[in-house]
Design a protein around this ligand. Sequence first.
Ligand code: SF4
Ligand code: SF4
Length: 375
Amino acid sequence: MARVNNWQIQREMAYWYPEKRPRRQFAAVFDINKCIGCQTCTLACKTTWTSGKGQEYMLWNNVESKPYGFYPLAWDLKLLQMMGTQRWVGNRYVGQTIFEAAPTATRVMGWQPQERDYAYPNVGEDDCAGMVDRGLGLHVPHMAWFFYLARICNHCTFPACLAACPRGSIYKRQEDGIVLIDQSRCHGYQECVRACPYKKTFFNPLGGTSEKCIGCYPKLEQGLQPQCFLNCIGKIRLAGWINPPSQADHENPIDFLVHIKKVAKPLFPQFGLEPNVYYIPPVHVPINFLRQMFGPGVEDALKTYAQAHEDPDLQALLCLLGCTERIVARWRRRGKTVVGASEQGQEIVRVPIKEPVYIRPAFDEKYGIARVNCP
Ligand code: SF4
Ligand code: SF4
């Protein structure tokens, strides 16, 4: 095992291959607070990439209602239980990652989902935590909650799928950090399916190989966002490029949200993969649940997000989510507007930070009608 530096857990860790970061790394920010669970992203991906035979059960993008939603069943709970206590000291993870906790003669601690685990793609939808059935919802404040967690492959910096593949079929592209499976090398051993803690590789029983999210790389190559981003109804998603924290760039929108404002957090950083999809955590969820899911910085992220209305830059940048098909590589605030630009600095999009609000009169003189929905 090599030693690599994982900034998300603030320490070195063991990994199967030496550290080799791509020239640039694809990354994304999802604002969970805006997701409405419509599954448009799921369908956009499904109809683009996985409508073939043997792919029926595959959801490269899925959206699950936490705490009771999973795909495949209990994907996170099973691994968390196998890992045992996961201890942080401040922002440093001092427990074992799934590479360090790997049983003898294996490269990664993992588990193999069975057919039944994929039987219910939307299990737990809209089920909330708490005891609503026992009257909890009748008391104020009440602790009944759920939230939608949209998930794709994280195109991890230290992918478990890649580490586990005995054929060397999985590789990380130097030009964008996208993780792909070479279909001509894959022999369908499914070690990647067992190893990926997020369960984002899938075995095609008809084709006999494993398949996974390709980050819509043909679109990325043209400077366009992936299909699930483009079609997001809630405008929760922003695609771009991330630098290591020591090279954080104020004008790079992903760097700004992840490194500078620290308002977007990785999913289960303690697994040790340095995943590259970051989440703005939901504001209404018990903090212990969020701390386990997004790491110890989540409290500060929530505070920063709650104060966004007093932070003109953060407020402005949040307006850029979902506003264009193009990848916004640079951004800046210009008075009452926010401007998104290409890597070369060319303006792509300009949106107002505050949209004008028109309040219609309760009685419309022109048509002689009363509007019942007006105050
Ligand atoms: S999320 Fe899973 S499939 Fe995607 S790169 Fe990471 S380990 Fe591989
Ligand atoms: S399309 Fe957007 S809002 Fe709808 S479920 Fe997907 S991530 Fe959420």
